[in-house]
Design a protein around this ligand. Sequence first.
Ligand code: NAD
Length: 476
Amino acid sequence: MAISKREACFIGGEWVTSDQWMDVDDPATGQVIGRVPRLGRRETQQAIAIAARAMGAWANLTGKERARTLRRYYELIIDNQESLAALLTQEQGKPLTEALAEIIYAASFIEWFSEEAKRVYGDVIPGHAPDKRIIVLKQPIGVVAAITPWNFPAAMITRKIGPALAAGCSVIVKPAAQTPFTALALAELGAQAGLPNGVLNVLTGGAAEIGGALTASETVRKLSFTGSTEVGAKLYAQCAPTIKKLSLELGGNAPFIVCDDADLDAAVTGAIQSKFRNAGQTCVCANRIYAHEKIHDAFIEKLAVAVSALHVAPGCEPGSHIGPLIDERAVQKVREHIEDAVQKGARIVTGGAPHARGGRFFTPTVIAEVNQDMIVSREETFGPLAPVFRFRDDAEAITQANATPFGLAAYFYARDLGRVWRIAEQLEAGIIGVNTGLISTELAPFGGVKASGLGREGSKYGMDDFLEIKYVCMGI
Ligand code: NAD
């Protein structure tokens, strides 16, 4: 059975519609491509009850049985990768090659956690008295709520539902309003794989209403959120009265440091991959590039050549490197960041304006002579703008790199081994890319420090957030 664009939510194994709808558009054209139901508080409460009822039987299966279903789910995503990628590009805008890579990345979380489902080990601890034994059990935490952003419509979902389902939890996903069709397609494939009804549910609708009902519920024991720091902080507060466990994957403002001993060609390749993937709309995007004064001019020159060669076109067109931004507000934000920087003395090296194609397309841009007074030094641009700062020594670069409330990813290029260790240890971020601009994999723990979030996703650590530890004290 091929996947289709579903204009309905998926609750308890049923496709549910509503008399209220939300349109979804194609960012490349601005044309409406479909609509999804606008559900609210009441439907969310019903979905929570359904998810709670469904969880018992799922949690009672052996890890190996859950692993088998998740393995089928992984294979179905892989088998449908091309149609999933086409759907993703249509609603999100990224180039088809990137959408395909995202689908494979998304599937990798289901694959990894299908294997981890069999390895939820407890512990036996030496007793504290001759007649006592200490046993530690790990059990599924309960119903999980997952709220996800539009920039990675597939991977941000599977990174949450993979471990939740493997642990034996049931899940309610609230995808971003801009990209619900990928989420609904993933629900459909989960059902085809044999996930029992009610174990994986996808609700679209009013974010504050659905979020309000999920966070207020005593039945929902865990919220896993990926999105902006502003909304994350709000949800953190909303979860306090029910003492819910939280993971927050929030905004970033990644520094990208190019030291004087760096391989400049490699640094340019890394900067392009890190900065311009998804048109600069990734949370781990290099947002502030620091170039040592000795290599500053040579680096800028090479970077400008590589950036000018990026082809701006709709994601579905072959050869597209940079698709449209998600909406007009995003275009406006990039514009404002450039205007602010130029007003304060920055120089446009290449680009600098919306693209001639119009709509939501923006020309990939490099600006130089950037300093700490400019908005780009403080705020995530979330667009194809590479601001380059100049620095004199490592201490200055590290101080400036850490001068942000965020701490998701940080990158640097250097060859001296001692320097590599020192900088890696001193940068305040959850993820460090050394001589690489690509850091995401299901095998490694992903997450931030400071205002970039709480918890880690992926890897062996990714399961912990969906488990409770129970200590059994046994008298013998
Ligand atoms: P956003 O915070 O606006 O929205 C994220 C999700 O929260 C969406 O589903 C949205 O509908 C929902 N939401 C919004 N208001 C809500 C409310 N009051 N209650 C409940 N839910 C609510 O973020 P966005 O614009 O979709 O995504 C971009 C942001 O996400 C960027 O800051 C980016 O850095 C961050 N992000 C972080 C990671 C990470 O892993 N750290 C990954 C991707 C994106």
